[in-house]
Ligand binder design. Structure first.
Ligand SMILES: [Zn+2]
Length: 341
């Protein structure tokens, strides 16, 4: 089984994003938002069948761990009430996709975060998504300000209520920023990769893993700059007398394979132990074109893993085994819901 641990609903029905626009405009005008739009099952089916499901079939993957569009989370827009209503709508839509395509998608929640608002206000939505929707993880935005970094670092106790909830439910968090509203940081070209890199460094210099020994985080997009600069982080940890970087981080931190060329994947697999790599593509996401050097989509990351000099067993870990370990509820959820074993 091939599990893609990083997919977003980038193809949602037009009225969903349309309502978001109206919601923000109404908030700016000091008015209540309009009622949520109706979306039929057929409309949702169409967007998936012609989108993510089609790509799964073409590329030979089986299951996508699926969450709302990341750049669309927009935690810097509106206020906490606005974020709550939007997160609720987005998560509900993911639940509908997962219910319509039970064999192919399992849900991950976006959180109703807001810049400088305690993440305590996300706990109810986490409970709801895990208990009612059977979601298996969350996306945690380390910078709800959208590129201005106004909240405390991930090592701060500010975030601990979310970490306690993650441990309680046995769910990991993918560290995932949203759109940038800071013109110096392009959303997918720099803000995403900066968010990944900053998140790793914030956790490295914290006591989070001492306080939560079983907690798990996925750093997406191949870990940002981290694997390439593994020597720098080893040296920083050493200078700060934090011990060996591998001891410090690798029980709790995992890297996905959203790296869009073979040399990058080779480096990832060379530097990061196979146990800590999870297959992912973020298909129909940030980079949708075809690489003229290979003739294949940049985000067809399975092709790169297939070419790595690893054993079949190691590849099976990357494609399936590690995801089942990191997403502690995944196997249970698939079995309980009679989807896949
Ligand atoms: Zn993403």
């Amino acid at each position: 089984m091939i599990i893609d641990c990083h997919g977003h609903y980038t193809t949602s029905p037009r009225q969903h994003e349309g309502w978001r626009q109206q919601q923000i405009e109404a908030h700016a005008a000091g008015k209540p938002p309009p009622p949520r739009p109706t979306m039929t099952d057929d409309e949702i089916r169409q967007t998936i069948e012609g989108g993510q499901l089609k790509v799964q079939r073409e590329r030979g993957t089986d299951l996508t761990i699926f969450s709302p569009r990341a750049a669309g989370m927009g935690h810097h827009l509106g206020d906490a009430t606005i974020s709550e209503a939007w997160a609720t709508a987005c998560n509900e839509l993911i639940y509908r996709v997962c219910s319509l395509f039970r064999k192919n998608f399992v849900g991950v929640a976006m959180l109703p975060q807001s810049a400088r608002v305690s993440p305590k206000n996300c706990l109810h939505e986490i409970d709801r998504c895990v208990n009612q929707y059977g979601f298996v993880g969350i996306n945690l935005n380390p910078d709800p300000s959208g590129g201005h970094w106004q909240d405390p670092p991930l090592g701060d106790r500010y975030w601990y209520p979310v970490y306690e909830k993650m441990v309680e439910h046995d769910i990991p968090a993918m560290i995932h920023v949203s759109a940038s509203c800071n013109p110096t940081h392009h959303t997918t070209g720099s803000h995403y990769l900066n968010g990944d890199t900053a998140g790793f460094n914030q956790l490295m210099t914290s006591s989070v893993f001492k306080d939560f020994p079983t907690i798990k985080f996925i750093i997406p997009h191949g870990g940002g700059a981290v694997p390439y600069h593994w020597g720098r982080y080893r040296g920083l940890a050493q200078d700060a007398k934090l011990g060996l970087l591998s001891d410090l981080m690798l029980n709790n931190v995992f890297f996905d394979t959203c790296v869009y060329h073979l040399p990058g994947q080779e480096l990832l697999a060379k530097v990061i132990p196979v146990d800590n790599i999870l297959f992912a593509s973020e298909m129909i996401g940030a980079v949708r074109g075809i690489d003229p050097e290979t003739g294949h989509h940049y985000d067809d990351t399975k092709r790169y893993i297939d070419q790595l000099p690893l054993s079949a067993e190691q590849k099976a870990q990357i494609f399936e085994g590690n995801a089942r370990r990191v997403y502690g509820r995944l196997s249970r959820t698939l079995e309980q819901q009679g989807r896949r074993s």
